[in-house]
Design a protein around this ligand. Structure first.
Ligand code: PHE
Length: 354
């Protein structure tokens, strides 16, 4: 057999073996190996073509063309097999990696765990619920108001003029259209007068927001409870009685309080009611800013301008109002030394109130 004849038959044999190797391959890695071993720089094809030096130019042309078509054919076969393997792989995924979306979800922990891991209310909610009980028993209704407020209800109707320096103390977050996150629950004073028929009594628990430097006693988000009594002949003694009742009920004991004059544009006269710090017993700690006293109840008689903004005649109706710091009250009741604990999501902290 001539050399040329030999080369041709070697090529044919290689074509046959490669074809069946490709067909039998079951992974992409195997295909890569076949490609490398047969067609790579030092592969079988190159080895065979080394013999080309010993054949005539005509034969060389013929065998070269044969080698090229062999190469093309094998590459096409490898390509095809690659696609087949890919399809098989994805088809197998739908067998092994499926999710049954009809299985009911795992039960919520609250009902899933018995006993000590059962769910429970947040300390601020506990205090809020208790206060709602106390006040509804005294004939108050519980009212709600929007957290995103207009400048009108948060400031203007409450007797803060546009450039009033008291706005400075209640810096907050503004929305692009000029509304703001309410800095207190007091906007509901005016909303309540517009909505309800006087005389009435309401409490308004809710979240409020301030642009604050955060520390043990300042948060950007905290809770207040507004209280308002609108009636004929309302006086400071009504106010005092209400607040003493509420503090004794919530702490289930006598608490020392003191009353100082306090300034808020929407009350006249205005007071700060402080209670002796229950965490340090009056010795001084971070919660009471080392003074032994904690402001819990700013309050006063509703300013005539606010009564008018609510659509009532101050000659006929007067009001008593207070803005209870719900968050601070919960801290005092449960001996929480840092306000930031209340909003972080630490389960260890929250579980103590179970
Ligand atoms: N809204 C006031 C504040 O958040 C508190 C307040 C309420 C004062 C009602 C007087 C009467 O600071």
């Amino acid at each position: 057999m001539s050399t040329a004849q030999n080369l041709k038959s070697e090529l044919q044999i290689l074509q046959g073996t490669l074809g069946s190797q490709v067909q039998k391959s079951s992974t992409l890695e195997q295909l890569d190996d076949i490609r490398h071993n047969a067609l790579g720089k030092k592969g079988q094809l190159t080895q065979i073509l080394k013999g080309l030096g010993n054949v005539s130019p005509d034969e060389r042309k013929e065998i070269g063309a044969l080698a090229n078509s062999l190469k093309d054919e094998i590459l096409a076969l490898i390509d095809k097999r690659e696609k087949e393997l890919g399809e098989q792989y994805y088809a197998s995924l739908t067998e092994t990696e499926w999710i049954d979306t009809t299985i009911p979800p795992a039960p919520f922990p609250r009902s899933f765990y018995a006993g000590e891991r059962a769910g429970h209310l947040h300390p601020v909610t506990l205090v809020q619920r208790r206060l709602e009980q106390i006040f509804t028993s005294m004939g108050f209704s519980v009212l709600d108001g929007p957290e995103v407020e207009s400048d009108f209800y948060n400031f203007e109707a409450l007797n803060f003029t546009e450039d009033h320096p008291a706005r400075e103390m209640q810096d907050t977050f503004y929305t692009e259209n000029g509304n703001l996150l309410r800095t207190h629950t007091s906007p509901v004073q005016v909303r309540a007068m517009q909505k309800l028929e006087a005389p009435f009594r309401v409490v308004v628990p809710g979240r409020v927001f301030r642009y604050e430097e955060l520390d043990a006693s300042h948060e950007h988000t905290f809770n207040q409870m507004e209280g308002m009594v609108i009636d004929r002949n309302v006086s400071v003694s009504h106010l005092l009685h209400l607040m003493q009742t509420l503090l004794a009920e919530i702490f289930e004991r006598h608490v020392e309080v003191r009353l100082r004059p306090g300034y808020f544009p929407f009350v006249e006269p205005g007071f700060e009611l402080d209670m002796q710090c229950l965490i340090c017993g009056g010795d001084g700690c971070p919660v009471c800013k080392k003074t032994g006293w904690v402001e819990v109840l700013p309050c006063g008689l509703v300013h005539p301008n606010v009564i008018r903004a609510g659509g009532l005649d101050p000659a006929e109706f007067q009001g008593a109002a207070f803005g209870l710091g719900l968050t601070r009250l919960a801290m005092l009741k449960y001996g929480i030394e840092d306000i930031r604990h209340l909003q972080n999501a630490k389960v260890e902290f929250i579980e103590q109130f179970n």
